[in-house]
Structure formats: C-alpha cells, structure tokens
Write a protein that binds this ligand. Sequence first.
Ligand SMILES: [Zn+2]
Length: 169
Amino acid sequence: MVKPFSFCPVCSKTLEWSMINGRERKICLSCSWVHYINPVPAALAYVVNNKDELLIVRRAHEPAGNEWALPGGFLEAGEEAHEGCLRELKEETSLSGKIDRLIGVYQREVEKYGSLLIIAYRVVVEDELIFLNHELLEGAFYPYHLRPEVRIPLHRQIIHDAALTELVS
Ligand SMILES: [Zn+2]
C-alpha cells in the first residue's frame, strides 16, 4: 500500500490518527488538514479494429511488467475520462480511436498506487498501424482464437464484461 503521510503537507507538523467521518484518518491538530485518501482515476481501452479483433499489448514496466494487457493509464487533471482513454491509447500505440461505449467502472487496490478507480471504454479504430512507445514490449490486434492469455484479473474482467455488453447492444 501507499504509505500515509507522516507530516502535514501544509504546516509540516506531525499528523495524528483520528476517527473522522467513519474512518481512521490522519489529521493535523495544528491546522486541521485531514489526509483523505482518494482513489486515483485511470482509464483502460478495449480496442477493436473493423474485423472485430482485440488490441492486446504486453507491458514493459511494473506493475504487471511483461504481462499481456489492455492499454491505458492515469487520467490527467482537467481531462474527461474518455479523452484520457484515447490519449493514453495514442501515446502507447499511436492509434487514433473513437469511443464506442462505456464498458464499466471498477475499483482495485494496487500495491504501487493504492486505490484506483478504473473507467473502461470500448474503442474502435479504423487505421490500425501501431507504433509502440517505451511502455510496451508488444502490441497487436488478435482474432478471438489467437489471443494471448491476459492474466491481470481486472483486464480479464473488462474483456468479459465487454462481451456481455456486446450481447445486449
Ligand atoms: Zn498542518
């Protein structure tokens, strides 16, 4: 887990634990600053081409380095979730996508970052020429029967949920 602050980021005094709004939180008794720990928002992209093949990438770095995954990343301040989703896709693969629909919103605890709020979109691309950036080792569009095994539980969940929303649409 991400370590809680020890000192007040406003006035530098030592923080104390206290029960605030139903949770143990750290508070500065000097200036009343409270350390609320909020999830970090991220977006993941379930990207298909016009043959309905799924883009699967292999991550170069931790967390889940070397694992097959869906592309995505953290949102920037002031950015809409769908914009961040398409921006991350473009940064990692150079692909320009269009949002098709929301697949779901998920919460996960990740060792390196703490609590994440993940927003997953189905994205379609016309031009599928891929240039990978340093964050990825491989990436390609795969037909269903040739897909590498995605083992990251959340990414598996999103692939599963994307298929479900496909059926109802
Ligand atoms: Zn303080």
